[in-house]
Design a binder for this molecule. Structure first.
Ligand code: AMP
Length: 177
């Protein structure tokens, strides 16, 4: 991506200090979604990167991963699969627990999410922090018989070293350290 285009995307993301709790700098992508130029640049950039990956599906992580993932899937003319927080998916699910700073969280996928055997899947979320959510989501993709070929983020918080935790290749548009 050209430096100028990257700047447009970076500038469209707003940082909210101390949300949802003191000490967290929350990256608010709603301002990017609001900005048609920046949102289009982003989706076109991803479509261009992934057009030759022979992907069968995009899987998005609840909830902001849906916004980018569904737009990208439509653009690439492939299916979209939601990976949701526990208790939201109506059909039979497979689940994966992962550790948070305090306690646990759990994500789920439909058991029949990928109709094709050994499907090639791109996983997407808005932000990589510690990597726990994305690793759990990629485990789910494997558990239901598909292959997570890469995980893609709009923003990576490099100081948290989440990429080291991930067992799949990582692509981040913006790296913030
Ligand atoms: P983690 O599992 O620690 O990598 O956390 C990633 C998930 O938490 C993603 O779904 C993000 O949307 C969300 N998240 C974590 N930290 C932030 C942050 N500073 N700003 C916005 N979202 C965040």
């Amino acid at each position: 991506m050209q430096e100028k285009e990257l700047e447009v995307i970076k500038n469209a993301i707003r940082t909210i200090p101390n949300f949802p709790k003191p000490g967290i700098e929350f990256k608010d992508i709603t301002t990017l979604l609001n900005d048609a130029t920046a949102y289009n640049l982003l989706i076109n950039h991803l479509a261009n990167r992934y057009k030759d990956y022979n992907l069968d599906y995009i899987a998005g992580i609840d909830a902001r991963g849906f916004i980018f993932g569904a737009a990208l899937a439509a653009k690439l003319n492939i299916g979209f699969v939601p990976i949701r927080k526990k208790g939201k998916l109506p059909y039979t699910t497979v689940s994966e627990k992962y550790a948070l700073e305090y306690g646990y969280d759990e994500v789920e996928i439909h058991i029949d999410a990928f109709k094709k055997e050994n499907a090639r899947v791109l996983l997407i979320d808005d932000l990589l922090a510690t990597g726990g959510t994305a690793q759990a989501a990629s485990n789910l993709i494997k558990k239901v018989g598909a292959n997570c070929v890469e995980v893609c983020f709009i923003i990576e918080l490099t100081f948290l070293e989440g990429a080291k935790k991930l067992e799949v290749p990582v692509y981040s548009i913006i790296k913030e350290g």
